[in-house]
Ligand binder design. Structure first.
Ligand code: SAH
Length: 299
């Protein structure tokens, strides 16, 4: 069922009836002067939460980041102002402080301000910093989590971020620190020993160093690695490689940012669970990539 968002309720600033009824409470009303910080998910617009849709349908102004899918913006109310605040590696971008000040200024002017961020706002998205500045300025705030690329993006590549046969823990890692360099505070020995599966954001640039450090710290050079570019989008690309070959394969394939890098044997599960490939008629390559589970075993 499709419904046009030019529903008359949109003008009232109230939730517009496209959303299903909630049991005991109504959908939150976006009050004037508030900032709602919303996760837009990794790309596929269908991965947006209903709270996020509710927010989009009420906001007066939407300030969005580079990795937000533009299709989401078309779900805003017709007269909403749409403003770009993106940051892209290497390109000039507004300073974090300027973005926060803009949010404060708009909220103080009585706008319903939707801060739309890619994935989840509190996962490597500087959402915490922005939210803190807002609270310090006395601005009322609501946070709407989103599906993070390191979980949902991997799922679209057929990689379960945890899998009982492989890992009981996951480490999420940022491939660079606030200066753009490789994170200096990381203890590579501890990471190498203690992290069963490592999921890395913003890691493409420093992959050679990262792989080298992990191998030097004792990680198996032949450990499976998957690189998922533009995850959940129509142009998603997935590279399957290993720690020792990752740099060379990334360079040769030309796969670039934005990408999620998954290091660990869970990456092998794609051989069985590449459901997107399967939808296009590609049969599973291996029904038991980890060689542990017979087809009939369900326990
Ligand atoms: N808050 C976001 C992450 C922001 S940091 C989230 O929770 O997903 C930006 C990094 O996220 C990118 O450099 C990339 O590593 C990752 N990323 C975001 N969207 C992605 C996508 N569709 N495909 C692959 N990686 C993505």
């Amino acid at each position: 069922m499709t419904q046009d968002v030019t529903n008359s309720d949109l003008q009232t600033g109230k939730p517009n009836g496209i959303l299903p009824a909630l049991d005991s409470v109504d959908w939150p009303v976006f009050e004037a002067g508030w900032v709602w910080m919303v996760g837009g998910g990794p790309g596929d617009p269908g991965l947006l939460t209903l709270h996020a849709l509710n927010a989009l349908q009420q906001a007066d102004i939407i300030i969005y980041d580079a990795l937000v899918d533009k299709a989401l913006l078309s779900w805003a109310k017709p007269d909403a102002v749409i403003e770009y605040a993106g940051k892209r590696g290497g390109k000039p971008s507004p300073k974090q402080r300027d973005i926060s000040l803009r949010l404060i200024e708009l909220a103080q002017a009585g706008k319903r301000v939707l801060r739309l961020k890619g994935g989840d706002p509190f996962v490597f998205g500087r959402g915490g910093e922005e939210a803190q500045t807002l609270v310090q300025a006395g601005i009322k705030l609501r946070i709407i989590p989103g599906i993070s690329a390191g979980i949902g993006g991997l799922a679209y590549a057929g990689i379960p971020v945890t899998h009982r046969d492989v890992n009981q823990s996951v480490t999420f890692l940022s491939g660079h620190d606030r200066t753009g360099l490789m994170p200096s505070a990381l203890d590579w020995d501890a990471l190498s020993k203690g992290s069963q599966v490592i999921v890395m954001y913003m890691a493409i640039k420093h992959m050679p160093d990262i792989c080298e450090k992990l191998i030097a710290a004792g990680r198996d050079p032949h450990e499976p690695v998957a690189v998922v570019n533009n995850a959940t989008r129509d142009d998603m690309q997935v590279l399957e490689t290993t720690l020792v070959k990752a740099h060379e394969d990334i360079t040769r394939s030309g796969i670039g940012a934005p990408a999620i890098v998954c290091i660990g044997r869970v990456a092998l599960m794609r051989q069985c669970l590449d459901w997107m490939g399967q939808m296009q008629g590609v049969p599973p390559r291996n029904l038991d990539p980890l060689d542990v589970r017979s087809e009939s075993e369900t326990g």
